[in-house]
Design a protein around this ligand. Structure first.
Ligand code: NIG
Ligand code: FE
Length: 421
């Protein structure tokens, strides 16, 4: 199949974009891209490509923008129930802590998620994944973390594996057993850390190996920790991540959402794939990230969702030489947003990224944040045929316009899904 007559093809060709190099789109004007099954076969100017590949089926992009499918590298997409009442309380002035003490917050979602059957959990999650896909996300990371006991954490991971097989949105799983201290361990938080290290991680390791062939899995899931005041201290985070690393798991961390506990430096030291949130990161932590391959993932929907004024100081991260990515953080508490286009619009305004920088942060760098930059995130021969056709003739409309859906067609592994237009 030859897709031709794109006003701009944003190839994003090349490696993840570090520091101030962010924003190289590799544009082919009036471009064409040849797909071969699930892969990209060739790219070039429409006129030449239409001659060379005249015998291929043709798809007229009609002067629209063609780019890689977006990658959402940080989501908590799987959960049961909702927290609409809590949102209303927050808007009326109740603090996060007051809401937590009234039985709200993460532990309220944990109650609902523990009660839901696997089928109920998948049924509640499915429409969110469909919506993400319709907004142009072709691959997303998805975390457990609303179980906080072995049984429910595994149920969540099973839901992620099943929903990935269902498609079309491709999912990359992350174990976040260390998301919050469950009510049962309120007075003994170190006891919960012991449980994560001594019971959950080894059990997960064995359980995963029984799923390898049925689900065609190539690696262990990521292990993530919410390193934050009121969640897991730096020492507890270190114990969990070191145990996970010893068992062979690739690592991620939630760091610096509210307090700077030096979690980003820990991520860099342990070779984590990413460190996420990064609102109140110190200069030393930024320097550590900038000297590592750990991707800095900013989540602008979260301060927006909480109506807070502080966002990731992106230009400092770029000056420090970091590989910057963006994600939605889609979750029921702080950011129920299924739309990476909206994350881009926020990143342009509050992180002061140009549209080109935000697009690179949502594609090739987001792919790096889930360890998949060799397969997705750019349009290059041999890469997966995951593409997004936008109903605009200039890429800068992404970021400029917000609140709607600019997707015209989403293509996943070579299959076309018409969306709008
Ligand atoms: O990334 N920070 C921790 N976890 C989520 C919030 C999850 C929730 O409130 O349910 C986040 O913002
Ligand atoms: Fe998160």
């Amino acid at each position: 199949m030859l897709i031709h007559s794109a006003s701009q093809i944003l190839t994003l060709a090349g490696p993840p974009q570090r520091g101030q190099a962010l924003g190289e789109l590799g544009i082919i004007e009036d471009g064409a891209v040849l797909l071969d099954g699930e892969k990209i076969a060739a790219l070039g100017p429409s006129r030449e490509m239409r001659t060379t590949y005249a015998d291929e089926p043709q798809f007229d992009a009609g002067g629209r923008v063609v780019m890689p499918g977006m990658i959402d590298p940080h989501t908590h997409a799987v959960w049961a129930g909702d927290r609409a009442a809590e949102f209303e309380m927050r808007i009326q002035g109740k603090s996060y802590l007051e809401i937590m003490n009234a039985g709200g917050g993460i532990v309220s979602t944990v109650r609902h998620t523990r009660q839901a059957s696997l089928e109920e959990l998948k049924a509640q999650t499915r429409p969110r994944l469909v919506s993400m896909f319709k907004h142009g996300t072709t691959t997303a990371e998805a975390k457990s973390g609303y179980g906080l006991n072995t049984e429910t954490e595994l149920k969540m991971l099973r839901a992620i594996l099943d929903l990935d097989v269902e498609g079309p949105l491709e999912l990359t799983p992350t174990f976040l057993g260390a998301h919050a201290i469950p009510t049962e361990y309120k007075d003994t938080p170190d006891g919960y850390t012991d449980m994560v290290c001594n019971e959950m991680l080894p059990t997960l390791n064995l359980w995963w190996k029984t799923k390898l062939s049925a689900f065609n899995l190539h690696r262990l899931p990521f292990v993530d920790v919410f390193c934050e005041t009121g969640a897991f201290s730096l020492e507890q985070s270190r114990r969990i991540l070191e145990t996970a690393r010893w068992l062979g798991f690739p690592l991620k961390i939630h760091a610096d959402e509210f307090d700077n506990l030096n979690g980003a430096s820990l991520a860099a030291e342990l070779g984590a794939v990413s460190a996420d949130h990064l609102v109140v990161t110190s200069q030393a932590d930024m320097a550590a990230l900038g000297q590592s391959d750990t991707v800095a993932v900013s989540l602008p929907c979260t301060p927006f969702g909480l109506a807070e004024g502080h966002y990731t100081p992106a230009s400092d991260f770029l000056d420090a030489g970091c590989i910057l990515a963006i994600a939605t953080d889609m979750n029921p508490g702080t950011a129920w947003c299924e739309n990476m286009q909206f994350a881009i619009a926020l990143a342009c305004r509050y992180l002061r990224l140009t549209p080109a920088q935000a697009i690179a942060a949502a594609t090739i760098n987001a792919a790096a944040a889930i360890g998949k930059a060799d397969q997705i995130g750019s349009l290059e021969p041999g890469k997966q045929a995951d593409l997004l056709i936008l109903d605009v003739n200039d890429y800068r409309h992404l970021g400029y316009r917000f609140g709607g859906n600019l997707a015209h067609t989403v293509i996943k592994k070579g299959t076309f899904y018409p969306i709008g237009g």
